[in-house]
Design a protein around this ligand. Structure first.
Ligand code: ZN
Length: 370
């Protein structure tokens, strides 16, 4: 059972990208500006449902600010200073879809600091008290010198680097079930064998050749010493609870167990959720509960119980809290009586299975996959 420590800073709900036409810039063609999909309500609703439903299990800790040293292990010094200067000047759009305001620099620092603190906490506490970085902005699209996809600093990568400083840690596995490709995390560790990166995502390809050159396809499998240590699982639209469980059974679990990491970091996005406007997969709250259970079991089997959860995306502001509640209930091993109010779409199990066949066939030259 155990408990959860959630890391939080109020700046997480003050950071806000400019409004427009959903994530795109305002053109004046429409009647009304729409808030950017990365809205503060996302995280306010997550905190609210955890306070309502898991109050006796979740304690809240202040998220520390990441130091320059922590950020510079992942990002260039120019990237950090230029982003901070941009925010100090009032913010605006940095790419077609990614923007910031004056609060974003603090929020991004504390999000990265929360992730680093979560990694350290996981090494100390194990599964007795699992850390959860309840953060905005997300991190997994941020590359060493490039913001992308609503992300500025790569929180999961900062967490992995922090853990690797510990004597007890030689290898870290990052499993990313956000519905978008964890291209930034991939980029940070692409030529390294000490950090295994696995991303399960919609097969959405690149949305911007400059900010996002990676495709997320299986052939991006790492390079040099890192060959075979980056796995992409591009899932077809309509992949849901059974499809994700199948991908864990046939790929994520055998690969992570063979890698034998000392810490499992989960980039726990909620945007594979069934009504998310920025994803086409149909995970329900029970599906997220199953992912949470599997993450806990995998950490117990493969890492001596070291597990750190980091919030990534999730853009339907009423569904994301149910997805996150499900994930944490699964991690805690609770039988939930809270139902998903939006679970009515069927899933395309056959297409998901066929794709997972192709993905496992690609990676079985490096890993013990059937
Ligand atoms: Zn996402």
């Amino acid at each position: 059972m155990g408990s959860i420590t959630a890391y939080w800073d109020d700046s997480f709900v003050v950071h806000e990208p400019p409004a427009g036409e959903f994530e795109a810039e305002w053109t004046g063609r429409l009647a009304k500006r729409e808030p950017h999909p990365d809205r503060p309500e996302r995280l306010l609703n997550v905190r609210a449902i955890l306070r309502t439903e898991l109050a006796e299990y979740v304690s809240w800790e202040p998220a520390p600010s990441a130091t320059d040293e922590q950020l510079h292990r992942v990002h260039t010094a120019d990237h950090v200073s230029e982003f901070e200067a941009f925010c100090a000047a009032g913010g605006g759009r940095l790419t077609a879809e990614t923007g910031a305001n004056e609060a974003s620099a603090r929020a991004a620092r504390h999000a990265a600091g929360a992730a680093a603190a979560a990694a350290t906490h996981a090494l100390d506490a194990g599964l007795e008290d699992v850390p959860y970085a309840c953060v905005r902005p997300s991190g997994h699209h941020a590359q060493p010198a490039q913001v992308d996809g609503f992300c500025f600093y790569n929180n999961a990568a900062v967490a992995a680097e922090e853990a690797l400083l510990a004597d007890a840690v030689d290898r870290v596995a990052i499993v990313d079930w956000d519905v978008h490709h964890g291209n930034g995390t991939q980029e940070v560790f692409y030529d390294r064998a000490d950090v295994l990166t696995i991303s399960l995502h919609n097969d959405h390809w690149s949305w911007d050749p400059e900010a996002h050159p990676q495709t997320g396809d299986v052939d991006e499998h790492g390079a040099g010493a890192g060959e075979g240590y980056n796995l992409n699982v591009p899932l077809p639209p309509g992949t849901g609870d059974e499809g994700y469980a199948d991908a864990f059974d046939r790929l994520v679990e055998p690969v992570v167990e063979a890698f034998d990491p000392d810490l499992l970091v989960v980039s726990a996005g909620g945007d594979a959720g069934t009504v998310d406007p920025l994803g086409r997969n149909v995970l329900t709250k029970p599906g997220f509960e199953e992912l949470g259970r599997r993450a806990r079991r995998l950490a117990a089997d493969a890492t001596d119980g070291r597990l750190a959860l980091i919030q990534e995306g999730g853009y339907q502001v009423s569904h994301l809290p149910y997805a996150t509640l499900g994930t944490l209930e699964g991690v805690l091993g609770l039988d939930s009586d809270v139902e998903d109010p939006f679970a009515w779409l069927g899933e395309d199990v056959d297409s998901a299975r066929r794709r997972i066949d192709e993905v496992t066939a690609h990676y079985d030259r490096w890993w013990p996959l059937d």
